[in-house]
Design a protein around this ligand. Structure first.
Ligand SMILES: Nc1ncnc2c1ncn2[C@@H]1O[C@H](COP(=O)(O)OP(=O)(O)OP(=O)(O)O)[C@@H](O)[C@H]1O
Ligand SMILES: [Mg+2]
Length: 320
């Protein structure tokens, strides 16, 4: 009995210590977010949203989990985050979060719903646009409806600091249109040779487009920090030597049963298991995303993203 009480006290102490360490780090992240906002504010006072695609060469590497948990971590730290679900697949962000949206962007494209009606609220204040793969039908919309949707999308600029786009996997245009149109792209890989080869193939294709997207790498499902570093070193150095492309190392997420458990529970692991190693890793990546020195590009905002998207899909941009 006494033994059990001792263990409980130790556990409480441990939790207390990690909570205060968390609070310290959160305060640091809050400062960085304020600096990031300042950086994105032009002399005219206009603040542009950072648009970031999370993508991968190979499927099933963990993109959707990373999008959902990164979004929540950044939102908890004070960033206004909009998640755009641009994956046609089944295991979508909303399913992972136990949300059941009734409408998606397709309804907006077809003129049945307004953008505000399809955006749903997720945990920790994140907002989600489901089914945004429909954005590629923009070119087929009649000019009036397209114009209305574009101005609704651009008005989100004032409501979000960061847009995170969950894309599908692979090099098809349904993925690449979103990636080349973003300010930044996070390519997710695992230590598996096939995933590494596919991540490299995606970097190569990106290097051959005229896109200015800033490329980052995140190694998921690593068994150790050193394994993750080895994988990242390999990809970064090959990209530098053979493609002359700089790839930023965003970090890694360890393989962790907390991820599978939270997928089954349809709850994000950063909320269900905040002290798990996967959660620690996600928060470290979130910190790296908001520290001033690692915000490499002046974002061109949602308007810039849409302009590039329209040119990628061959549509004509309708000037407002
Ligand atoms: N760090 C991790 N530790 C343990 N399991 C993980 C981890 N990351 C992902 N997984 C497992 O991989 C599965 C696939 O993850 P997820 O759906 O996020 O991948 P995805 O890249 O979005 O897939 P798709 O290409 O189909 O969209 C999860 O359901 C989970 O079981
Ligand atoms: Mg996915």
């Amino acid at each position: 009995m006494a033994d059990q009480a001792y263990r409980l006290r130790k556990l409480a102490e441990l939790a207390g210590r990690s909570d205060s360490a968390l609070a310290d780090r959160r305060a640091g992240v809050e400062r960085d977010i304020a600096a990031d906002r300042q950086m994105r504010t032009s002399s005219s006072g206009l603040r542009r949203t950072r648009v970031m695609a999370i993508t991968s060469g190979k499927g099933g590497v963990g993109k959707t989990n990373i999008v959902a948990n990164l979004a929540i971590s950044l939102s908890e730290a004070g960033m206004r985050v909009l998640v755009v679900d641009a994956d046609l697949g089944l295991a979508n962000v909303d399913v992972l979060l136990g949300l059941y949206p009734r409408y998606n962007l397709g309804h907006v494209v077809q003129g049945q719903k307004s953008l505000e009606e399809v955006i749903i609220n997720g945990p920790a204040g994140i907002r989600i646009i489901p089914g945004a793969s429909g954005l590629q039908d923009l070119a087929q919309m009649d000019a009036g409806r397209r114009h209305a949707l574009l101005s609704d999308l651009v008005s989100l600029e004032e409501q979000a600091d960061l847009v995170l786009i969950d894309t599908g996997a692979g090099l098809s245009s349904s993925v690449m249109d979103f990636v080349v149109s973003s300010d930044e792209a996070v390519i997710v890989t695992t230590p598996e040779p096939t995933a590494i080869a596919d991540a490299y193939a995606m970097i190569k294709v990106l290097s051959q487009t005229d896109s200015d997207v800033y490329i980052r790498l995140l190694v998921n499902q690593a068994r150790s920090e050193s394994e993750a570093e080895q994988v990242a070193d390999q990809i970064l150095s090959v990209a530098r030597r053979f493609l002359n492309v700089h790839v930023d190392n965003l970090g890694y997420v360890l393989v962790d049963v907390a991820v599978q458990r939270s997928v089954r529970a349809q709850k994000p692991f950063v909320l269900l298991y905040p002290h798990s190693s996967a959660s620690e890793c996600i928060r470290a990546a979130a910190r790296r995303l908001v520290t001033g020195r690692s915000s490499p590009v002046a974002p061109s905002g949602i308007a810039g993203f849409i302009r590039r998207m329209l040119s990628a899909i061959g549509g004509r941009y309708v000037e407002s």
